[in-house]
Design a protein around this ligand. Structure first.
Ligand SMILES: *[C@@H]1O[C@H](CO)[C@@H](O)[C@H](O)[C@H]1NC(C)=O
Ligand SMILES: *[C@@H]1O[C@H](CO)[C@@H](O)[C@H](O)[C@H]1NC(C)=O
Ligand SMILES: *[C@@H]1O[C@H](CO)[C@@H](O)[C@H](O)[C@H]1NC(C)=O
Length: 317
């Protein structure tokens, strides 16, 4: 009798333990599935049929720029666009070469007020390109690809194009000098701060985590950092063509590297790597900005570009 109930109790305990174990693992699995769903979408949707709702279709035809500079920016980031318009983006003729600066936006569906503001801004400055895909950090690759579409269809007049983030300061004078010094017009040319053999991050908590089945190799092909790259105008069409055969991942510069590799094109180191500065000297903070404008107009600074978050400093000037 005693033996029987003892057996029953231990059986019940065992059952309980098993039940707890299985509940815990299912909960754990569910949690990770949720994380994967949330982070998921390592690929982006690029069916090549997005269209431009704000466009400057005649701009290149009219101005025949030597260089066209495209700045991807979030729709609501009016501040960054205005900062660029009154600083480095205000230069239209540099060393006798025409430069054209345009902003590239995605869409925020459902915000009519924002869209109306953008329409007004576009009318006022005529420098906005807006595509109808959903603007988000995870969709940056789509932005780069619609930029390639726009360049190849609407700006064949230009010799070179530059993609530069909105928080980078571009020294136009040094840029033009660098391109003119290349002597003959380049083909299959792309330069910037080139990463050779960057490792693919496999830590799921990383912002740039890419699972093995999305990209199996341990290193990416060479690519210029997305903050600023400069390329010859024969490339956009080639990149678009090859992209149809390579499923786009959300890391836009690494994806660009994947396309270039398939094209057999290696990004070149810039003639002067010191001109691409990721961390600016400490004096280049928000308060230094006004001084910088003066330096820029005198065109004496030795920097082509560097990170500069003009809103990062909260200290009063
Ligand atoms: C629409 O955009 C404006 C301007 O950026 C912003 O202030 C507002 O909060 C947005 N409204 C909605 C519903 O997201
Ligand atoms: C856009 O411009 C029109 C005409 O100038 C103005 O009436 C309207 O308030 C502006 N819209 C926004 C959202 O700023
Ligand atoms: C990216 O854009 C597509 C097309 O507009 C949209 O369906 C998708 O939800 C967007 N993804 C993200 C993460 O914003």
């Amino acid at each position: 009798m005693f033996c029987k109930s003892w057996l029953l109790v231990s059986l019940l305990i065992l059952l309980n333990v098993l039940l707890l174990y299985f509940t815990a693992t299912t909960l754990e699995r569910r949690k990770w599935r949720k994380v994967a769903r949330k982070l998921g979408n390592y690929h982006v949707a690029y069916p090549q049929n997005y269209r431009f709702i704000l466009d400057q279709p005649e701009k290149c035809e009219q101005q025949k720029p030597f260089v066209v500079v495209i700045v991807p920016v979030a729709p609501e980031n009016f501040e960054a666009r205005n900062a660029i318009r009154i600083t480095w983006g205000s230069e239209k003729l540099v060393r006798d070469r025409v430069v054209l600066v345009l902003f590239l936006l995605g869409s925020r569906s459902g915000n009519e007020t924002l869209q109306e503001k953008l329409q007004n801004e576009s009318q006022q400055y005529q420098d906005l390109l807006q595509s109808n895909f959903q603007d988000s950090y995870r969709n940056l690759t789509i932005k780069t690809m619609v930029m390639m579409e726009w360049l190849s269809r609407k700006c064949q007049q230009a010799s070179y194009a530059v993609k530069v983030d909105a928080d980078v300061l571009l020294n136009m004078n040094n840029l033009i000098k660098m391109l003119v010094n290349l002597k003959k017009l380049q083909h299959n040319y792309i330069t910037g701060l080139v990463m050779f053999g960057n490792t693919v991050l496999r830590d799921p908590s990383s912002k740039f985590y890419v699972p093995h089945d999305v990209y199996p190799k341990s290193r990416y092909p060479p690519y210029p950092l997305g903050m600023c790259y400069i390329f010859s105008m024969d490339l956009p069409e080639k990149i678009l063509q090859i992209s149809m055969h390579i499923r786009p991942i959300f890391i836009e510069d690494a994806y660009l590297g994947m396309c270039l590799k398939r094209l057999g094109i290696t990004p070149k180191k810039p003639p002067n790597i010191g001109q691409f500065v990721v961390r600016p000297p400490p004096q280049f903070n928000r308060c230094y900005y006004s001084k910088l404008i003066a330096i820029l107009t005198e065109s004496v600074t030795q920097l082509i570009s560097f990170w500069m978050d003009i809103h990062s400093s909260s200290k009063p000037c």
